[in-house]
Design a protein around this ligand. Structure first.
Ligand code: GLV
Ligand code: GLV
Length: 324
């Protein structure tokens, strides 16, 4: 019987599903496995259901003997060296699609919470310092009628644009390539250069994957081009933004505020960000609705199971590794 290592706690139905056909070594903890423990536990296994906290680089992949498939419980897969996996004939899968709307809901939530200063207001009411109605008490930025600039108009970026349309926002975007005309038309989204997007947007939201090209895609130079009233939203991956440069720009008020769900060295957060009022912080929860996280757990399990049964997994990232 094929054996599957599940590296960290997932929703239980995913483990029950796998146990029907496979032997399962389930690390049902929140801590998950250290690299050394993962390599050790993977011995004798055929598949790993991994999470984005498992860093599976070329060096580590070379020590995973016998592993045929790695099923990541995430849409992002920057934690896995996919080309190195392909060279070793290891299939890699992710969980696209199921989290698109949930993640877009959250990106918009963060945008609104940041623009209208919800966390500050909540803390203020709790503090007992609220004495009276004031003309400029926690005055924020308007969302309706503002210009939203999206870096990345993939599934999630487009889903954010649909929400923005309901608020009467003007939509600009930049991506490696312009989107199909039908999508541009549906969203009333205009393709602009990176500089133009930074210069003209009231809100800049990031929806690009983390790759060598997008590491520090937003740094000091980009932040300096943004409007002093602009708000940056990051629900993509932390290293897409130079966190030190961002903290500096927020402190100097080069931009107005930021809403962040992801960080360069999670769970660590740049100290200066923690001391600023004009930033709203969340612990990497954009896809975290109960229903979506359940579906992500099941989808990864189904991808692993399919591969071990000799079927092409639905969400295969490296078709070149598929030889059956
Ligand atoms: C979460 O960040 C994911 O990539 O699914
Ligand atoms: C990720 O799912 C994207 O395409 O935006």
């Amino acid at each position: 019987m094929s054996k599957i290592l599940v590296s960290k706690r997932v929703y239980p139905e995913a483990v029950e599903f796998l146990r029907k056909d496979f032997e399962v070594d389930y690390e049902g903890t929140d801590a998950g496995l250290t690299t050394e423990a993962l390599i050790e536990r993977a011995k004798g296994c055929d598949a790993i259901v991994s999470q984005l906290t498992d860093k599976l680089n070329a060096e580590i992949l070379s020590q995973l003997e016998g592993i045929k498939v790695i099923a990541n419980v995430a849409v992002g897969f920057d934690n896995i060296d996919v080309p190195a996996a392909t060279e070793r004939g290891i299939l890699v899968t992710n969980t696209p699609g199921v989290l698109t709307e949930t993640t877009a809901d959250f990106a918009f939530t963060l945008l609104m919470a940041t623009a209208r200063r919800i966390p500050e207001g909540h803390a203020f009411v709790h503090s007992g310092e609220w004495k009276t109605w004031l003309i400029d008490l926690l005055a924020g930025q308007d969302i309706h009628g503002a210009t939203l600039g999206l870096f990345g108009l993939g599934r999630i970026g487009a889903a954010v644009a649909r929400r923005a349309k309901g608020f009467g926002m003007r939509i600009l975007y930049n991506d490696a390539q312009p989107a199909p005309a039908a999508l541009e038309h549906e969203l009333d989204a205009r393709f602009v250069s990176k500089d133009e997007l930074l210069r003209d947007s009231d809100f800049v939201s990031l929806h690009v994957p983390l790759t060598p090209e997008t590491r520090h895609f937003i740094g000091a130079a980009e932040l300096a081009r943004m409007k002093p009233t602009a708000i940056l939203i990051n629900t993509a991956r932390g290293p897409v933004v130079d966190e030190v440069a961002l903290a500096d720009a927020l402190e100097k008020r080069l931009i107005w505020a930021a809403g962040l769900d992801v960080f360069e060295r999670e769970p660590q957060v740049e100290a200066k960000l923690l001391s600023l009022q004009n930033v709203v912080l969340a612990p990497h929860i954009a896809s975290a609705s109960v229903a979506t996280r359940r579906r992500m757990s099941m989808m990864a399990a189904e991808n692993a199971a399919a591969a071990l049964k000799g079927e092409r997994p639905a969400n295969l990232l490296n078709p070149d590794a598929w030889t059956a």
